[in-house]
Write a protein that binds this ligand. Structure first.
Ligand SMILES: O=C(O)CCC(=O)C(=O)O
Ligand SMILES: [Fe+2]
Length: 345
């Protein structure tokens, strides 16, 4: 496997507060070079206080006894159905081949509050206005990013992406709180080896917004040279008072653009000694509406990402998607979740 110490990924920080065609181009450049970009956290779209409050709420939730959390187990009726609710320690494997026993983390998935917020356990149930406000601001940022991508790609229909991401129809969009409990290196473990807390994977949807806490690194992306490169929480603490919001491109935007936008493989991993503290993160996985077809985007017939063919082939294989087979976003997500949770096997 790749050596473990590498330069931090040089991901640009983009300021969306005064958008121009140049801004749209910056978004496209980062999305097609790294598949990752930082958005300057100016506090307008997503207030920093809301991010902080959501982290506090997440901590309070994961501290609840297992009996409270397990009542709302993932996919259960009580949690509101497929892909909603609580994932127990090692309840899923983002890289089933590499992490055979499941990822050592917990998660809680919350679907968009339309038509109504799903049933939530305590203490989440007492903070529904914060949760829905947070989800709404995440969705607004995703819409802005999809608008910039449509503009910079000069699509004949510039709203082609945003039309497919309306929250008024059911979609796979999920807001997820993540908790990685402290792990302790046993003496039998080789401390020079990285411990993987979330297996290598690419994200399933269109765009992901990722929130992390200062002092809690661990995220790494796979470079085109197949080495792991750490993604800092705040790439410029002297100039950015708040960590910027990390965005990454998911598989669907990559399919739609023939790999021009990169759905970069990433993971959470620690050096043996560094993983002894607990870690919290939050991700907003923006998905298209269920019925959106995974077809070519008009106007992009001739584009193709450099070296993308092999990558797209690999992604298709994961969901046993034959060339020429028509899939909707919903069918794709069901197949992907089937692999992650070992459903239907
Ligand atoms: O926790 C993190 O920093 C990343 C998690 C992630 O990549 C995911 O859940 O898809
Ligand atoms: Fe991810």
């Amino acid at each position: 496997m790749a050596p473990s110490h590498h330069l931090e990924a040089n991901i640009p920080v983009i300021d969306l507060s005064n958008p121009s065609p140049e801004t749209a181009k910056e978004v496209l450049d980062a999305a097609s070079t790294h598949g990752f970009l930082f958005i300057k956290n100016d506090g307008l779209t997503i207030p920093s206080e809301d991010i902080a409050a959501m982290f506090e709420l997440s901590k309070a939730f994961f501290a609840q006894p297992e009996s409270v959390k397990s009542e709302y187990a993932i996919h259960s009726d009580k949690a509101g159905g497929l892909n909603r609710g609580w994932v127990r320690m090692q309840g899923e494997a983002l890289d089933p081949e590499g992490t055979k026993h499941g990822d050592p983390k917990e998660a809680f998935n919350i679907a968009p509050p339309i038509p109504a917020l799903q049933p939530l356990p305590s203490p989440l149930s007492s903070h529904t206005s914060l949760i829905t406000r947070f989800q709404t601001s995440c969705q607004t940022l995703c819409t802005t990013l999809l608008t910039h991508l449509g503009t910079a790609l000069s699509l004949p229909n510039p709203t082609w992406f945003t039309d497919r991401h309306s929250l008024s129809s059911p979609s796979g969009t999920i807001f997820r709180m993540l908790y990685y409990p402290a792990t302790h290196c046993t003496s039998s473990e080789d401390s020079s080896e990285k411990r993987v807390l979330a297996g290598a994977h690419s994200d399933y949807g269109s765009l992901t917004l990722l929130f992390r806490l200062p002092g809690q690194p661990g995220l790494e992306l796979l470079t085109p040279q197949k080495t792991w490169s750490p993604v800092p929480v705040n790439p410029s603490p002297t100039t950015l008072a708040h960590p910027p919001i990390l965005v990454n491109i998911g598989d669907l935007l990559s399919f739609w653009t023939n790999g021009l936008l990169r759905s970069t493989v990433h993971r959470v991993a620690f050096d043996g000694a560094a993983g002894n503290e607990e870690r919290y993160s939050m991700a907003y996985f923006c998905h298209p509406v269920d019925e959106a077809r995974l077809e070519g985007v008009p106007g992009l017939e001739k584009v193709e990402g450099e070296g993308a063919r092999e990558e797209l082939e690999g992604q298709r294989k994961k969901v046993t998607w034959e060339e020429g087979e028509e899939l909707t976003a919903k069918e794709h997500l069901e197949r992907r979740l089937g692999v992650t949770y070992g459903l239907g096997k």
